[in-house]
Design a protein around this ligand. Structure first.
Ligand SMILES: *[C@@H]1O[C@H](CO)[C@@H](O)[C@H](O)[C@H]1NC(C)=O
Ligand SMILES: *[C@@H]1O[C@H](CO)[C@@H](O)[C@H](O)[C@H]1NC(C)=O
Ligand SMILES: *[C@@H]1O[C@H](CO)[C@@H](O)[C@H](O)[C@H]1NC(C)=O
Ligand SMILES: *[C@@H]1O[C@H](CO)[C@@H](O)[C@H](O)[C@H]1NC(C)=O
Ligand SMILES: *[C@@H]1O[C@H](CO)[C@@H](O)[C@H](O)[C@H]1NC(C)=O
Ligand SMILES: *[C@@H]1O[C@H](CO)[C@@H](O)[C@H](O)[C@H]1NC(C)=O
Ligand SMILES: *[C@@H]1O[C@H](CO)[C@@H](O)[C@H](O)[C@H]1NC(C)=O
Ligand SMILES: *[C@@H]1O[C@H](CO)[C@@H](O)[C@H](O)[C@H]1NC(C)=O
Ligand SMILES: *[C@@H]1O[C@H](CO)[C@@H](O)[C@H](O)[C@H]1NC(C)=O
Ligand SMILES: *[C@@H]1O[C@H](CO)[C@@H](O)[C@H](O)[C@H]1NC(C)=O
Length: 414
């Protein structure tokens, strides 16, 4: 009898020890979660986050084209002349703020690694023994694992301005108790950024998208679990709440949500969890959304959309203004008075899912101003044609990623 298995998650950079909980049915690991406090914002880092998200998506589009010979449906039609390079003065540190991580075991005997859980990317990468820039991380050494297989492939993966250079191995990967015996991973020999553990709190990234966007053109760890028939149901769920956040694998945790999951079909296996939203309302007022396509991305801290449609959102918030600072030039952010209540709802399958007024804010800028959770793509001839729905929405709901039926489900958190 299979049961749901839970991996606890926590938001970076608040690294704290794992606290195992006894549970008769499930092997539950819980890492206490710290709140992102109402502190001063670092705009440079916010900006780096948008660059990271866009570089990641672009990498996926390119991989998709290589894997299938077809242009990705969301890939910009005007090439990538306007797909901005990340600004020089950013590091992986900047990208890894407020990301969700959990612990997985890799190899035989199994060794623990903390990894970002990212539904908007695809590969598993870990630091290898020869990686000089990976100091302080849990190192995956294939020669220490009796089940490691060298697939004889070297790769150079782009992560924003950084490259992860390494070799591809297959090994046993344990996701909360389920074992993928032939999991593919990249063992980094070099990360062209300061990936030191003092800077970046995770040992690697676990992509939870579809194989289509894999730069390796190999199944993800989750897909491998499905292919190896390890799961009763080919689904995983995310609870990115203030406490007891979890990645639920192989089923759903009914105790974490109210009512039924409301499902929205996902657009084929285009690599991303690309769902369709109906509309977005602010304080009950409809805003024009333009496109309805929405990438559900646990690896993005905020929500991104086309400039004019994001401007429509803020037009419903008295006192809001586009942030006019050097840091915000190509990826615009908006401010609004912190003392304003913003009731934002995103409708999926005709059902509103609310972003709490607290979660609408990315933080305070000073002077009573908050930065809003919606930011925009750069103004350019390119029509991006999708929304990126990240953390500030996902932390309000239980999200199910249903690989079998190719759909996502949302429910109110319990
Ligand atoms: C990079 O950013 C940091 C933090 O904002 C700042 O202290 C540093 O001077 C910047 N370096 C350069 C070369 O701009
Ligand atoms: C790198 O990490 C190690 C161990 O965590 C630490 O001792 C060292 O000071 C760090 N170096 C840099 C340059 O951050
Ligand atoms: C590999 O195994 C050796 C011998 O047991 C040990 O000294 C070393 O720390 C291990 N390396 C890693 C990265 O686990
Ligand atoms: C990795 O790719 C980047 C371009 O994305 C290139 O600049 C770099 O030289 C490559 N590194 C290696 C070791 O192949
Ligand atoms: C293991 O995975 C690799 C990479 O995807 C694949 O080439 C190989 O055929 C797989 N082996 C088995 C036994 O499934
Ligand atoms: C926001 O929603 C709350 C509860 O539904 C309501 O009391 C409040 O008036 C709303 N605020 C605005 C600005 O619509
Ligand atoms: C929101 O809708 C209400 C009712 O239609 C209207 O009175 C109000 O002006 C609208 N608010 C904004 C900011 O457009
Ligand atoms: C969602 O927001 C709408 C509008 O503010 C409100 O009427 C509704 O009660 C909220 N739903 C939940 C579950 O909080
Ligand atoms: C997000 O909203 C929830 C519910 O209102 C609240 O408990 C939590 O503190 C908020 N988190 C942040 C980071 O604003
Ligand atoms: C909100 O803050 C602004 C300035 O920060 C102030 O002018 C305004 O009176 C405040 N509104 C409320 C309802 O407190």
């Amino acid at each position: 009898m299979y049961s749901s298995i839970v991996i606890a998650l926590a938001a970076l950079p608040f690294l704290v020890g794992a606290v195992p909980l006894e549970n008769s049915r499930r092997n539950v690991l819980s890492i206490p979660l710290s709140k992102r406090g109402p502190s001063q914002l670092d705009l440079r880092r916010l900006h780096a986050g948008t660059h990271h998200t866009m570089a990641k998506l672009r990498r996926g589009f390119e991989a998709f084209e290589q894997n299938t010979g077809k242009r990705h449906p969301l890939s910009p039609k005007h090439g990538r002349s306007d797909d901005h390079k990340a600004p020089g003065n950013v590091s992986l540190t900047d990208f890894h703020e407020n990301m969700w991580y959990g612990t997985i075991q890799v190899g035989t005997p199994g060794k623990a690694y903390s990894v970002n859980i990212d539904t908007g990317s695809d590969n598993l990468f870990l630091s290898g023994p020869s990686c000089q820039s990976c100091q302080g991380h849990a190192i995956y050494d294939p020669s220490n694992s009796t089940t490691a297989k060298d697939l004889g492939l070297s790769v150079n993966l782009t992560y924003g301005p950084a490259n992860v250079i390494g070799n591809v191995f297959a090994d046993t990967v344990n996701l909360g108790g389920f074992e993928a015996s032939n999991g593919t991973l990249v063992v980094a020999s070099d990360v062209t950024a300061n990936f030191n553990a003092t800077k970046v709190g995770v040992d690697g990234t676990l992509g939870m998208g579809f194989r289509g966007i894999s730069q390796l053109n190999k199944p993800t760890i989750f897909e491998t679990l499905v292919e190896e028939n390890q799961l009763e149901e080919p689904v995983f769920g995310l609870v990115l709440a203030e406490s007891n956040s979890e990645l639920i694998i192989g089923g759903r945790d009914h105790s974490r949500y109210k009512g039924d999951l409301v499902y929205t079909p996902v657009n084929g296996r285009a690599g991303y969890w690309l769902a369709e939203l109906d509309r977005i309302t602010i304080n009950g007022n409809d805003t024009q959304v333009g496109t309805k396509r929405a990438i559900i991305d646990s690896g993005s801290p905020f929500l991104l959309g086309e400039q004019n449609f994001v401007a429509n959102i803020y037009a419903n918030i008295p006192g809001s203004a586009r942030l006019n600072s050097a840091e915000s030039l190509d990826y615009p952010f908006w401010t609004y008075p912190c003392n304003t209540t913003v009731n934002a709802s995103i409708f999926f399958n005709n059902t509103p899912f609310n972003i709490s007024s607290d979660n609408f804010s990315l933080g305070t800028l000073g002077g009573g101003l908050c930065v809003g959770a919606f930011a925009a793509f750069p103004a350019s001839p390119t029509y991006y044609g999708y929304w990126v729905i990240g953390d500030n929405f996902l932390r309000n709901v239980y999200t199910e990623f249903d690989y079998g039926n190719i759909r996502v489900g949302f429910a109110q958190l319990a």
